[in-house]
Design a binder for this molecule. Structure first.
Ligand code: PPS
Length: 288
């Protein structure tokens, strides 16, 4: 596939044509958000697939049936992707939905709704590494080039869904502060049970101690890696070649240390720091 056919430009953001069309984006824009809807919003490679595993389980009290029988993309669809219309219109509430959209491109009905949002972010250095490997295995994306070349693209926003800093800043919005929960991938790795309890409280759900144990165990990296409904092994190898890099690749914090040179790290951090100036976000990795 030629580069020009691989992406469409949506308000300045690159989106892969494999799963996005003018119609799917129009659907997202005019989607009727219900007050009971729950969104997990992420910049790509921040923990989306993890949230597709977690959300149904927190919402249903720990019943593993959906995560063992429905592929993640239909279980908790992306609002902006082509499958959303096939799933969401007939889904009973509460609907769990993921999205990579920045705040300002959410459905018009979202802003007046009471729908809740869990915004997951991750150290952008680890996101860049994860994305670099993803570009190697996904034939519907451009070859990433060298890591150095890919970092330049990442920093300038010439990657899926634009600049990380723009995305993160867009979601720091006082208009929805009573219905958004911010969590980091790093917190999820460090204390999954604590984060799951936080999600349950935020969503007004009860997880018994037994259910909490079960959900936390099922949502561990090693368990998800073995779940065919979540590890993308159902996708043909011509589209995602896991022999080049598995989708559920390492699932760790700090893999950037194995990829960045000191010069790359200094340049990356300086640019991100400058662009995040004035934002009220404080991240644990800023102190590194
Ligand atoms: S995408 O393409 O935007 O949907 O990707 P996304 O799911 O957001 O991010 C993929 C990375 O998340 C890791 N992942 C996990 N880490 C720890 N524990 C669990 N359970 C888990 N599930 C997914 C996945 O391995 C990718 O990160 P890397 O660093 O590449 O391993």
């Amino acid at each position: 596939m030629a580069t020009s056919d691989k992406y469409l430009n949506y308000h300045g953001l690159l989106l892969p044509t494999l799963a996005h069309t003018e119609e799917s984006l129009q659907y997202a824009r005019t989607f009727q958000v219900q007050d009971g809807d729950v969104f997990a919003v992420t910049y790509p490679k921040s923990g989306t697939t993890w949230m597709q595993e977690i959300l149904p389980l927190v919402l249903n009290g720990g019943d593993l049936a959906p995560v063992h029988s429905i592929p993640n993309w239909d279980r908790v669809p992306w609002l902006e992707e082509t499958r959303a219309a096939l799933i969401l219109d007939s889904q009973p509430p509460p609907r769990a939905i993921v999205s990579h959209l920045p705040y300002w491109l959410m459905p018009q009905s979202f802003y007046q709704s009471k729908a809740k949002v869990i915004y997951v972010t991750r150290n952008p250095k680890d996101i860049a590494v994860s994305s670099f490997h993803f570009h190697k295995m996904a034939s519907f994306l451009d070859d990433p080039g060298t890591f150095d070349e890919f970092l330049e693209k990442f920093l300038s926003g010439q990657v899926l869904f634009g600049k990380w800093t723009d995305h993160v800043k867009s979601w720091r919005n006082p208009d929805i502060e009573d219905r958004i929960l911010y969590v980091t991938y790093e917190e999820m790795v460090q204390d999954l049970k604590g984060v799951l309890s936080q999600f349950a409280r935020f969503l007004g759900r009860e997880l018994t101690p037994e259910a909490l144990e079960k959900v936390a165990s099922h949502c561990q990296f090693s368990s998800m890696k073995n779940n065919a409904m979540s590890n993308y092994s159902l996708v043909p190898q011509e589209i995602m070649d896991s022999s080049k890099s598995p989708f559920l690749r390492k699932g760790i914090v700090g893999d950037w240390r194995n990829h960045f040179s000191p010069e790359q790290e200094a340049r990356f951090s300086a640019i991100v720091r400058e662009e995040m100036k004035g934002s009220s976000f404080q991240f644990s990795w800023d102190k590194e």
